[in-house]
Structures are given as C-alpha cells and as structure tokens.
Ligand binder design. Structure first.
Ligand code: FUB
Ligand code: ZN
Length: 657
C-alpha cells in the first residue's frame, strides 16, 4: 500500500454536484470538493455528539421559550392582528432570531425525526406565514402605519438581513426533504419580492447588514431559481460604492467603503464582513468568477494572518463590533462575537469547497472548538455573546429570568437584548455533520474528526462507507474503517492539522509512516481496511507575532485543536491570574489528565500611585525578581470550558517569568 502525502487530490473544477443535495447547508455549482449532507454523515459519539444532543434536547426549546417570552415571536401574531407597531417588542432585527431557530429546527429534524419538534416547527412557521404581506414582503418592523416605510432605513433597518435569514431557514427545510413546505413558500415569495424591488432596474441600495446575499444564493441553488443568484450578485457588486450613509465609524462598518473585489482585508463589523464574504464566494463560484473568489481568498488570508485571535475569534472593537487594524488583537478587549465565528466558519467552509486547501478546514476547526463551542454553557441554556481572551474581574452570574443587557463578556447569560448568538450556535450545531467530510472524483476527504458514520456515493456513482472512531480532541488517534470500498480507483484523504507537529499514518497494521501537515491521501483501500491517523496533541506553547503588542512577552498553550487558559479558581488561594508568571523554559505537560504549566505566583504588593517607573525600577512594592518565589504547577483548562465552575479571572495569554 502506498501513501501519497499531498494537498487534496487535484481534480479540475467539476461542475454540478452529484444529484440531490440532501441536508447540505452549502451546495456550490462548482469547486474542488462536493459537500455532503446530514443523511450521509452522522456524528455518533464524542465531543460534538454531546453538544448536538444538548442542542436538540435543551437549546432549541430554550430559544423558543425566550422568543415567546421576549415577544419576538408574538410580534408576528401582532402583525397578523393589526397590533403593530404599538405592541412590538425587540430590536429591529428580532425577526431574524425566529428564522435562525427555524433553520436550526429544520436541520435538527433532518438529522432525526421528532414529531413533537416537527409540530412546534410548523406552529412557528404558520405564525410567520400569516404575517407575510400579499406581495411577499415580511417584516414586523416596517411598512405599516406608524412604522417606517419599507426600505427607508437600509443602513440600520435590517429588512433584507432578516429576509436573508428566512431564506437560509427555508434552504434547510428544502434540503431536508421538504421543498414544498410552507416555510419554503414563504421564503420564495420573499425572494421574489426582493428581486422585484431590488432588481436591475429597481432600488440600487444594499442592506447595512450583509446576509441577503448568502440567503438568496443558497435559496436559488436549493430551488433551482437562477434569478436569486443574479440578485445576490447584484447586491455583492453594488456594495462598496458608498450608497449607505457615512456614519461615525465610516462606511467600512458595513463594507460599503470599497467594492468587494477591490478590498484587501475584512474590515468593519465582523459578522457583516464574514456574511458578505460568504455571499460573495457563493456568487463567485456559481458564476465561475475566479477573480471574485480570489479576491475573497486574498482578504481571508490577510485577515487570518493579522486580524484573528488565537481562538479563531474575530473583532477587537466593542463599540462597533468590528475588526481592528492589522495586529490590533488585545485579549482583554477581544469582542470576538460568537456570530462572527459562525460567519468565519461559513467563509472558510466555502473556500475549502472551492479550493480544497486543508488550511481552510484548520480554520473551521479552530473557530468551532474555541469560539462556537465556548459560547454555550454545558446545559445549553446560557451563552457567551462576546468571547474575551482575558477576564480581569470575575463576572457576575447572569440572572436566569431576565434578558441580559450585557453582550460584552462576563458569565454566560440565558438571553440578551440582542440575542443573535444563541440561535446562530443552534443552527451551526444542528448542521455540524455537513462540515465533516466531502467527496470529489478522486474519493472521500475527511476534514473534521469526530466519531461518525459516513455513507456516500462518489460522483462516479460508486458507494463508499466508512466509520470513524476517535476520542478527539482528548486523544489524537483517529481510526477509519472502510465498511464498503468503491470499485475502481479512489483515495481516502485525511486532513493533518497544522497544529500537529508530527503525525503518523498506519494502514492495516502496517508500519506507521510520518505524514506532513496538510492532507494525506491513501489510495485504493479495500473493504475492511483500517487507517489510523495519529496526531500529536501534546500541549505546546504558542508565541505571538511581536506586532500584536498587547500580548508581547506572553505565551498561550494549545493542546490539539483546543486553546487552553488559566482561571483564578486553579491558582493557590484563588489568586488573580494577573499574578501568574509562566516559566517558558519548562514545556507544558500533562499531569493526572490535566495540562499544567510551571510558574510562579508573584505578589504585586501595594499598587503605586503612578504605574510607571524610570529605568529598571518596578512600580509598587513588588520586586521585579521572581527567582525567590516558589515554582508551582498551574493547571489549565480548555478555553471553551472556562467559567464552567463559576466566576473567575481568566487569561489565555500568560506573561512569562
Ligand atoms: O445586527 C444584527 C446582529 O446583532 C449582528 O450581526 C450582531 O453583531 C449584533 O449586533
Ligand atoms: Zn451574535
């Protein structure tokens, strides 16, 4: 058996995806890799299976409860009964959270039937449908006497944003076996209305929050309606020409400063920037516009290199929820909104499908483990909205019975006045299996590792079945058993994450061979063959580019795909993490199942009246020396678990001795 270390097999652009697009969130018309659906990939155990279970059994109902309670679902009833605008509650974009819940429910129902959930889903859809205007327009916020006119506030109104989420919800329903469902009819009417109003000769505006682009593009794919893709292309091309008002943060806030294909980097509001990039990629790949795809890929590369936290989080401005300039990545001011990470997964996944490069799958993994998984509490009923990398003051436990005004990071809260993140997590978890693997004419590619069953048909028509078994990320061993090999030539390609300094591959109990980061293709495996990929998850220090001034002189620790952090509850006497100095000469190691670093806890003593001192002096009463202080082992926790044990101070980047 030979192995070929390589990037994924170099297949030419392939044109149409295999027949049927069941359960796939994204189905591009062209690209290197074909996505798989929820019917083809099932995560059956482990880290992500647990989160999917909690999502199904707790989070969906939790979100539904809060949408009722906060009035965001009843807004649709008021619309039907003539009770708007007087009784309306929630922000201008609250309709979108209902649509994201419907999307999450649709994926979940596609994963496994549940009559109770199905009934709740239909009940919500009926309420939304009843509120739709005869011409397809749907919004609880605009268009009635006493409300703003339709599309009179493109900067802030979010009407197209909300309808984009409606379309994504309908895509989930259509792709899980219900193309004629009421939700799909509602979204189709909305999309027709949008094309009518914003078509080539219509309103030349764009929405202040990108989202309609991905919604239209994917609905067009799902319903085989090319007009929707053309409308998405119009919105992509119209952005960047300054049609939206200049605001205090500049037009870059909503990416209306530079045309998409001319931009150099993601900028402005981080969720908006990612959603726009995702939509531009959809338009680019479907219209075979390589220049547009390349423009977004270039922007993604610089954004990854200079504007992304070690967790994969994006956005370092709290005031406008936006990217900072290159290397402005302060850990204690990280905004790193959960939705921005969901958007970054959308972008990286589309780039992976278009180009097949494993670094995009690395980015999906980083954001999933270290931001998306960080947001929800273990019980799936409280969330982080912003994801700081450094908590200086222990957060207050959030009230369980009122929505939190605090989007900025403290302890996880059950709901927020702006609650975009919880349903975004829910729809991502429900559709997670779709991001695990792809196929192409050369075979099957595994991108994310989870115990799973994959049953697919290759573009050639040959069936392939593999079972994946792993304790990932706790353990780096991934065992793939070929349950059914296709006839003819094929290859199983495995991603070798960039975080693994070494990796070995063993085929059918043969000799383990070292494989480099990127991807490794194993050709012509037979039914019954077993491939074992061993990734090195031993913990290691990370050091930042010294232009990230805010963390210069600090180290972080990563173990496998998980970024770790230190919490004050793990320091002697609950001391503040500000007092920890890590000894960088002693590598992090595992002791009794926990990763520890060697360090000292210094005594800062009295705080000086002026926190700066000349020359080599140290302000305050603390001496600069730490040699005399006793070195201890300090346990770390996975960042996604932080604050699970109650309030603490926390930091990812730790100063060194
Ligand atoms: O504007 C809608 C959503 O609310 C954004 O995506 C989030 O950043 C939050 O501001
Ligand atoms: Zn959000």
């Amino acid at each position: 058996m030979t192995m070929t270390p390589s990037r994924p097999a170099a297949t030419p652009p392939t044109g149409a995806v295999p027949a049927g697009d069941g359960g796939r969130p994204v189905v591009p018309a062209s690209g290197r890799l074909h996505p798989l659906g929820l019917a083809e990939v099932q995560i059956t155990d482990g880290f992500w299976a647990r989160r999917q279970d909690v999502n199904r059994t707790a989070t969906l109902g939790h979100i539904e409860h809060w949408l009722e309670r906060e009035g965001w679902l009843p807004n649709f009833d008021l619309a039907t009964q003539g009770g708007l605008p007087e009784g309306r509650r929630g922000r201008e974009f609250s309709d979108s959270e209902v649509y994201k819940l419907l999307e999450a429910m649709s994926w979940e129902l596609g994963r496994r039937p549940d009559p109770g959930l199905e009934e709740r889903f239909h009940a919500i859809v009926r309420r939304v449908a009843a509120a739709q205007e005869p011409d397809g327009y749907v919004s609880t916020m605009f268009g009635r006497p006493g409300q703003g006119d339709r599309y009179s506030d493109l900067e802030w109104g979010h009407e197209l944003y909300c309808q984009g989420h409606l379309m994504q919800a309908a895509v989930a329903r259509a792709r899980t076996g219900h193309p004629d469902d009421l939700l799909v009819q509602v979204a189709r009417a909305s999309a027709d209305h949008v094309c009518e109003v914003f078509g080539p000769a219509g309103n030349q505006g764009v929405c202040g929050h990108a989202e309609i682009e991905v919604g239209l593009a994917e609905l067009g794919r799902a319903l085989d309606e090319p007009r929707y893709l053309r409308q998405a292309a119009l919105f992509v091309e119209r952005r960047g020409h300054g049609t939206l008002a200049d605001i205090e943060w500049g037009r870059s806030y909503y990416q209306d400063d530079v045309p998409v294909r001319d931009a150099e980097v993601f900028r402005g509001h981080a969720v908006r920037a990612n959603y726009l990039a995702a939509g531009a990629l959809d338009v680019g790949v479907d219209s075979r516009d390589d220049a547009l795809v390349e423009a977004v890929a270039r922007q993604w590369a610089r954004t990854t290199a200079a504007r992304t936290y070690v967790t994969g989080g994006q956005g370092s401005h709290h005031q406008d929820e936006a990217f900072g300039e290159d290397f402005v990545l302060p850990p204690d001011r990280a905004y790193s909104e959960t939705c921005a990470a969901v958007g970054s997964v959308m972008v990286a996944w589309r780039l992976l499908l278009a180009r097949g490069d494993a670094r995009y799958a690395d980015a999906v993994e980083r954001a999933l483990f270290n931001v998306v998984a960080t947001s929800p509490a273990d019980d799936g009923r409280a969330f982080y909205y912003a994801n700081t990398l450094h908590q200086r003051v222990p957060g207050e436990p959030a009230a369980t019975d009122v929505a939190s005004a605090r989007a900025e990071s403290s302890l996880r809260a059950p709901w927020f006045h702006v609650s975009c993140c919880p349903p975004n997590v829910a729809r991502t978890f429900a559709s997670l299996a779709a991001y695990v693997a792809t196929v192409d004419h050369g075979g099957l590619q595994l991108h994310q590792y989870a115990t799973s069953e994959i049953r697919v048909t290759l573009p050639s028509g040959a069936p392939v079945a593999v079972d994946v078994e792993t304790a990932y990320p706790a353990d780096g061993r991934v065992r793939v058993r070929i349950v059914e090999a296709p006839s003819g030539r094929w290859a199983l390609t495995l991603r070798v994450p960039a975080w693994s300094p070494t990796a070995t591959l063993t085929v059918d109990d043969g000799t383990a061979r070292t494989v480099p980061a990127g991807s490794v293709a194993v050709p012509d495996l037979r039914t019954g063959s077993v491939v074992v990929l061993d990734l090195d998850t031993s913990p290691r220090f990370l050091r930042p580019d010294d232009r990230i001034d805010a963390v210069r002189g600090c180290v972080a620790v990563q173990r496998g795909p998980e970024v770790l952090c230190v919490e004050s509850v793990d320091l002697p006497g609950g001391r503040d993490v500000a007092d920890l100095r890590v000894d960088p000469s002693v590598p992090p190691r595992e002791v009794d199942g926990r990763v520890v670093v060697r360090g000292v806890v210094v005594d800062h003593g009295r705080t000086a009246p002026w926190p700066y001192a000349p020359g080599g002096a140290t302000p305050g009463s603390r001496t600069a020396q730490v040699d005399g202080e006793a070195a201890i082992d300090v346990p770390l926790v996975a960042y996604h678990d932080w604050a699970s044990r109650g309030p603490s101070t926390m930091r990812v980047w730790m100063p060194t001795t």
